[in-house]
Design a protein around this ligand. Structure first.
Ligand code: FA5
Length: 345
C-alpha cells in the first residue's frame, strides 16, 4: 500500500512539474486532491486496513496529501507570476519611439479669404450679420425691384422649393442682397453691415461659375452718405486686400436695386495695368458690383429717402481668392481634392 502511495506521489509531482498554464492547475487538483481524487480515495480506504498497518499507511498518506497541497500552492504562484510577466511584456510601451504625426487640417481657401474680407470691413465699423439661404421670392427679387416679369430674373435663375400652398415662392437665394431688405426692416439707421453666406444659381458651370458659391453683401445707410463715401470705403477695402498701391476703377453697371450702379475693378497687380493673361489684357480685374441704394427700396422698408441715403455692394470671395492666389478654375474649390486644398496652409 505504501509503495502504491509513493508511486502515486511521484506521478502527481511529475505531472505537476509539467504544467505550463494556470488553467491546468484545477484539473490536476481534482485528479489527485479532489473529493474523488486519487489521494482522497486512499485516505478513505484507511478504515478498512488492519489497525497496525493503518497507522503507518495513514501517516504516509497524510504526508503525501500535505506535500502535494504545498507543491500545488507553490506551482500555482509560479504560473500566475509567469502569466503576469507575460502580460506586462505584451503591453510594454517603448517611450523612446517617435510619435506618429497627426494630420493637421487647415482653413479652406474660401473661409480664409472670407475672413480677410470681413476683417477689412469690421475695421471700418461694419457689423457681421447672417440671413437665410432658403429665401422667399419677395426678398430675393420683389423687394429688390425685380418683379416677376423682370429680365434680371433670367441671369439670376435658381432652384425653387415648393412649400405647401405657395409653389414658386421659396427658393435658394441667388445673392446675399435680400439681406439689405431684411436688415433694414429690423433696424433704424445708421446701418453698417456685411453679410457673408452661400448663394445658389442655375448656372452653366465653367472655370469662373459655380452653382454654389459665396458672396459678401455690404450695406451702409445714414444721413449724408454719398457716392464719394462708397468710393472711399471700397477703395480702402481693395487696398487692404490687394496692397496699398492698388488703383481702382468704377464703371457704370446696372442692378435694379441701386441707382446709380457700378462695377468696381482694381488695376491688375501682376502686369500693373499693362495687360496680361490674368486680366485678359485689359489691365483691370473686376471685383464687385455696388451702387447707391435705390430710393424705392428705402421707401419699401419705411426709410425716408429724402433723409436717408446709402450704398450697397456685393462680391464673391472665391473670385477674390482666385485673383489673390492665381487659381484658374473655380471648380477646384469644392471638388475636395486634397492636392489643391493642402496648398493653403
Ligand atoms: C449680384 O449678385 C449683386 N447682388 C451684387 C450687388 C450687391 C450689386 C449690392 C449692387 C449692390 P452679381 O451677379 O454680379 O451681382 O454677383 C456678384 C459677385 O458674385 C460676382 O462678382 C462674383 O464674384 C460672384 N458670383 C456671381 N455668380 C457667380 C457664380 N456662378 N460662381 C461664382 N461666383 C459668382
Amino acid at each position: 500500500m505504501i509503495d502504491r502511495i509513493t508511486e502515486l506521489r511521484e506521478q502527481a509531482l511529475a505531472e505537476l512539474r509539467a504544467l505550463g498554464r494556470v488553467e491546468e492547475i484545477e484539473p490536476w487538483r481534482i485528479k489527485y486532491l479532489g473529493k474523488k481524487g486519487a489521494v482522497t480515495s486512499i485516505l478513505r480506504q484507511l478504515g478498512a486496513l488492519p489497525p497496525d498497518e493503518r497507522r503507518a499507511v495513514g501517516q504516509v498518506a497524510n504526508e503525501t496529501k500535505t506535500l502535494l497541497e504545498a507543491q500545488l500552492a507553490q506551482k500555482e504562484n509560479e504560473l500566475k507570476e509567469a502569466a503576469r510577466a507575460q502580460a506586462m511584456e505584451r503591453e510594454r510601451i517603448d517611450v523612446t519611439l517617435p510619435g506618429r504625426p497627426l494630420a493637421l487640417g487647415q482653413v479652406h481657401p474660401t473661409t480664409r479669404v472670407l475672413r480677410e474680407i470681413l476683417d477689412a470691413f469690421v475695421i471700418m465699423g461694419f457689423q457681421i450679420v447672417e440671413g437665410p439661404e432658403v429665401e422667399w421670392d419677395y426678398y430675393n427679387f420683389e423687394a429688390l425691384n425685380i418683379p416677376k416679369d423682370h429680365p434680371a430674373r433670367d441671369m439670376w435663375d435658381t432652384f425653387y422649393v415648393s412649400p405647401d400652398g405657395r409653389p414658386g415662392e421659396m427658393l435658394l437665394r441667388t445673392h446675399t442682397s435680400p439681406n439689405q431688405v431684411r436688415v433694414m426692416e429690423k433696424t433704424r439707421p445708421p446701418v453698417r453691415v456685411v453679410v457673408p453666406g452661400k448663394c445658389y444659381r442655375y448656372e452653366a458651370i465653367d472655370p469662373s461659375h459655380e452653382s454654389m458659391f459665396y458672396q459678401v453683401e455690404g450695406l451702409a445707410i445714414g444721413t449724408n452718405i454719398t457716392f464719394a463715401d462708397m468710393k472711399g470705403t471700397l477703395s480702402a477695402f481693395a487696398r487692404m486686400l490687394f496692397g496699398g498701391e492698388r488703383k481702382v476703377r468704377f464703371r457704370c453697371d446696372y442692378f435694379p436695386f441701386v441707382e446709380p450702379g457700378v462695377d468696381m475693378s482694381i488695376d491688375c497687380y501682376v502686369c500693373k495695368g499693362a495687360g496680361c493673361r490674368l486680366c485678359g489684357n485689359t489691365g483691370w480685374l473686376e471685383i464687385m458690383g455696388a451702387g447707391m441704394v435705390h430710393p424705392k427700396e428705402l421707401e419699401r422698408v419705411g426709410y425716408d429717402p429724402a433723409v436717408y441715403t446709402g450704398f450697397a455692394f456685393g462680391l464673391g470671395p472665391e473670385r477674390i481668392a482666385m485673383l489673390k492666389y492665381g487659381i484658374d478654375d473655380i471648380r477646384l474649390f469644392y471638388s475636395n481634392d486634397l492636392r489643391f486644398l493642402q496648398q493653403f496652409r
